[in-house]
Each structure stands twice: as C-alpha cells, then as structure tokens.
Write a protein that binds this ligand. Sequence first.
Ligand code: SAM
Length: 281
Amino acid sequence: MEGWTVEKLHDDHAQALREDRVLYDSQTDHQRLRVFENPTFGRVLTLDDVVQVTEGDNFIYHEMLSHVPILAHGAVRRVLIIGGGDGGMAREVLRHASIDHVTMIEIDAGVVNFSKQYLPTISAGAFDDPRLHLTIADGARYMRDTANRFDVIIVDSTDPVGPGEVLFTDSFYAHAKRALAPGGILVTQNGVPFLQGNELTHTMRAFKALFTDATCYLATVPSYAGGPMAFGWGTDGAARQTMLAEVQKRFAASGIVTKYYTPEVHQAAFALPGYVARLLP
Ligand code: SAM
C-alpha cells in the first residue's frame, strides 16, 4: 500500500499506518530503521517494519514497564535496561530521584543516534543524564558476562525475531536472575498475548523455573495491535505483595506526574483475564 507502513508481525494479521512524511529509512548493521509521521501517533519508529515506539502512545508502555517494578520494590538504586534504544525507558526510570545508576545495553548504535535526532521527545534528555551508562553491545552477551547486580532489570527489546531473539532464551533469563540483587525484579516486554501467546507461555515457563513469583501484568498500547500487551514479571522477593497504600505513598513521594500509571492501575494490571491466565504454566 503506497504511502502506508504495513506491519506484518503475524502470518494472518497486520496493521497499517499512513505515512504522511517519511523522515528516515535506512539499513543499520542489525535491522532496517524507519521513521515516519502519522496524524494519530505522531512520529513512529519501526525496526524491520515492526512498530517499536510512537510519540503518541509510548507513555503507556514506558510508564508501566518502569514504574511498576520500581514502586513495587521501593528501594531501587541500580537499574539495567536491555534494549531501549529510543531512550523512552531510560527517560521514565531516571525520573526516580532515588535511582543513582542506570546501565543500558543496546545492540544498535544506529537506533540511539537516530532516536536522539528524529525522536528527541521520546528520550527527553535521558541520554544526557550522568546517571545513565550506555554501552552498545548484545544484551545476551552482557548478561552472560556481567558481575554487576541490579535491583530492577528491564528487557525493553524488540520481538523474538532478528537480534531480539536471544533475549527470549532460557539461558538469558537464567543469567538475568543471577544479575539480580536480593529482592530484585526482572520485567520483560512480552508481546500481545492474543496474537503472541506462545511467546508469553515460553517466558513464563522459564520464569516459573527460576523465580518464586512468576507472572505477568497487562497494559493496552494502541500501536501494539491485538489487545493488551503482557509484561513478564519474575522475582524471589515479595514486591508484588506491596500494599496499595504503600505504593500510593511511594508514588506520591516520587513527585512523578504520569499519563497512564497510577498505583491503582499498577495493582489492577496483575489481574489477568482467563485467556491470558491460561497461557501461564
Ligand atoms: N517498545 C518496543 C517494543 O515493545 O517492541 C521496544 C523498543 S526498543 C526500540 C527495542 C530495542 O531493542 C531496539 O533498539 C533494538 O536495537 C534492541 N535490541 C534488539 N536485540 C537486542 C540485543 N540482543 N541486545 C540489545 N539490544 C537489542
């Protein structure tokens, strides 16, 4: 369809977004990188023609994958982000003044450099924050080799195709578990269960073998077509049992103003509809 991006992440289901203006279209060493403007979503970044982030609705995804583990934990100092090249995850994590060190491992420098130039509202200055330590490397290799320990690990990856595939393996999850500090939490971008249920089942099977608390939570991101998106959750701690009143107190103390996240939404996000719950082993 001339003048449209057709995202074909699935064999029999696609979504199309009109391209009012194509700002960039190039092949990096790892993936095809494009940005175009759409009236509803604003600037849209695609990698290998799959929507990664949009100016219009990224707040939902980035707020839920960052503030839920951080506010549930309550004493986060060190965070690891795997992927996240657009800078949106770093933006939300760094809004917590209590966090003093964020390591970001992104495989494609092209995504970072490009996002700084064409999608500055997504990172909103995060790349200039002295607390952010960005390394261009494969997240799976970093996780295998690191001796560092983190209170929260966020896997903000592409889907399990191309370079992102290694971030959905049992060995990666096992290495991530080892890199967690006591009480630490691993959260993952885990696709849209209605269309990618097998990916969630696979991750949850690995998490169940690794963690005493293995589940997922949901949020609906309009540009990730197909219904609610799942975020994998794994920890040996009791963070998920943090009382609502405590999360409310922590959120208020953080002084962070959000557009999607609230402590009540945080708590409700773990209530799974039957079709999602049945995907969990
Ligand atoms: N919000 C998006 C989603 O839910 O699909 C993810 C956005 S972010 C752009 C995904 C990032 O993961 C990309 O910058 C990509 O380069 C990075 N990535 C993919 N595979 C990776 C790997 N093995 N190690 C580190 N980063 C990786």
